[in-house]
Design a protein. Structure first.
Length: 120
């Protein structure tokens, strides 16, 4: 942990639950609360802060540079957090949130699950 803290100016405690395939963009300025749980294949960019409570991040989530996730919140699977967004509420699965405070700007759908494609 000392190597991470001094070389990359990041704080990622050893007891953070991190799923397989998680990637840290430029690895600089990342601060993660010790009680955080990070799912599989999550992409975390530089200068991201995950603080203020037990944040739970689902699988396949993308977190943009400079984003802040604060408080007792859950980020659903497949969600995308925009750069510099400030997330203070739960984020449902498969949405994009941006802004301060973060708000939903796009719902992602799976074309294979729509009735037109399934029946076609």
């Amino acid at each position: 942990m000392l190597f991470i803290r001094f070389v990359f100016v990041s704080y990622i405690p050893y007891n953070v639950e991190i799923g397989p395939g998680v990637s840290f963009g430029h690895k600089i300025g990342i601060v993660i609360n010790p009680s955080a749980k990070i799912g599989a294949r999550v992409k975390i960019r530089h200068f991201v802060g995950i603080a203020g409570g037990p944040v739970t991040i689902g699988d396949d989530v993308e977190i943009g540079a400079g984003a802040r996730l604060m408080g007792r919140i859950t980020i659903g699977n497949g969600a995308k957090i925009g750069a510099n967004a400030c997330v203070v509420k739960d984020v449902p699965p498969n949405v994009t949130v941006v802004g301060v405070p973060a708000r939903i700007v796009r719902w992602h759908t799976d074309a294979r699950s729509t009735p037109e494609v399934a029946e076609g």
